[in-house]
Write a protein that binds this ligand. Structure first.
Ligand SMILES: Cc1ncc(COP(=O)(O)O)c(C=O)c1O
Length: 373
């Protein structure tokens, strides 16, 4: 059975580990196990006794409790620990959708949020995020018009990859009201939550506002630990949760035991980890802002409100061709917007890495060279 190409991963697999200057990563700067243990004040000895057997399918009880404590109204039983955040998207679509079910997906979107809905239901309406001067906007009237009596699922992602858009709390609650009026499920991908420019703008988790919301989160982005592959879903509804765990028996059965232990450690240091990511992003956004100001003819800069990425307009005939050439000839990686369903005149920048200033300097050097030649 065929599925749409996972364009973002396919592009990264060509260049991620061979291109010297990554300018488009969505994760934040990572740390070593040693640094993590030091940051959390944990003795490495405590981890060495871990026996490497299977763990519980829903997740280690201590990890589920640590995750639940990061929400307002979530119990450990409502948390399902995943083999990877990505797995949560697959399991949710498999659990909630039958072929033909109507789904609405906020687009542009991280590939699997759209492609898996298309694959399983084959009946997806796209709800586009719109560019506006200096930023992005949602049209809730458009969402209302797309909703049908039989809409089964609405899929959103805030802070949004790739635009960095973050709705206001009032806008988010109005969105949830629309979904609630139709009794639909809401999958809210909250992978970048905690990376708001203005901490006061942080949204509540959708699961703290709506009983039919399913929240996806994990340690890959905000906490800079993608190598742990730790992710989780929060699901209030027991029947849906059980049916999702049944699907999970066909994918990973349980998370990796060492990752679960390190995730417990990481959650103990989560404020320090997220604060570190926010500081790196703030510094990099300041550097990026100056770069874009120097090149207004080349780029259309819409600073992100939250998250670690931004979708930037670029004045070239094909952003896709440009990104391949830039990787090959300049050793600099930008992600074509087309990978995420945007037009071919946009690229994704990522601001979470400590190497961003050096990578941007390499890019600027390349641009100067191209102009001179
Ligand atoms: C919005 C969004 N959701 C989910 C994921 C999946 O996270 P992971 O790659 O850690 O499984 C990503 C990764 O880029 C993402 O951007």
């Amino acid at each position: 059975m065929d599925i749409a190409p996972f364009a973002t991963e396919q592009f990264f697999s060509l260049y991620e580990f061979t291109t010297p200057h990554l300018l488009c990563a969505s994760d934040c700067e990572t740390i070593s196990i040693g640094e993590l243990l030091r940051l959390a004040g944990t003795d490495a000895q405590a981890l060495l006794g871990l026996r490497l057997g299977y763990t519980e399918s829903a997740g280690h009880p201590a990890l589920r409790a640590a995750i639940a404590a990061t929400y307002d109204g979530v119990t450990p039983q409502e948390v399902v620990v995943l083999g990877a955040p990505e797995e949560g998207i697959y399991l949710t679509m498999r659990t909630l959708l039958e072929p033909g079910d109507h789904v609405i997906v906020l687009t542009t979107a991280y590939d699997s949020l759209l492609n898996l809905a298309e694959h399983v239901s084959g009946n997806v309406s796209r709800w586009p995020i719109h560019p506006r001067e200096g930023g992005w906007s949602l049209d809730l009237g458009e969402l209302q018009r797309l909703m049908r009596d039989d809409t089964r699922l609405v899929v959103v992602n805030f802070p949004h990859n790739p635009t960095g858009y973050l709705p206001s709390t009032a806008e988010f609650e109005a969105l949830i009201d629309i979904v609630r009026r139709h009794g639909a499920w809401l999958l809210c991908d909250e992978m970048y939550r905690g990376l708001e420019r203005d901490p006061a703008a942080r949204l509540p988790s959708a699961t703290d506002r709506y009983e039919r919301a399913i929240a996806l989160s994990g340690l890959s982005k905000t906490y800079g630990l993608p190598g742990l592959r730790t992710g989780w879903l929060v699901i209030h509804d027991a029947a849906i949760r059980h049916s999702l765990i049944n699907w999970k028996h066909y994918t990973t059965i349980c998370a990796a035991a060492p990752s679960e232990q390190l995730a417990i450690v990481a959650l103990g240091a989560r404020e320090a980890l997220a604060g570190r990511s926010r500081r790196i992003i703030a510094d990099n956004l300041a550097t990026a802002g100056q770069f874009f100001n120097r090149r207004p003819q080349m780029f259309d800069w819409r600073p992100p409100l939250a998250g670690s990425v931004a979708l930037v307009g670029i004045n070239v005939s094909s952003a896709t061709d440009y990104c391949h050439a830039l990787a090959r000839d300049g050793g600099v990686l930008l992600l074509p917007g087309t990978c995420l369903g945007a037009d071919d005149h946009s690229v994704r920048f990522g601001f979470g890495r400590a190497s961003f200033p050096a990578a941007l300097a390499a890019y600027e050097h390349y641009l100067d060279r191209v102009i001179e030649s």
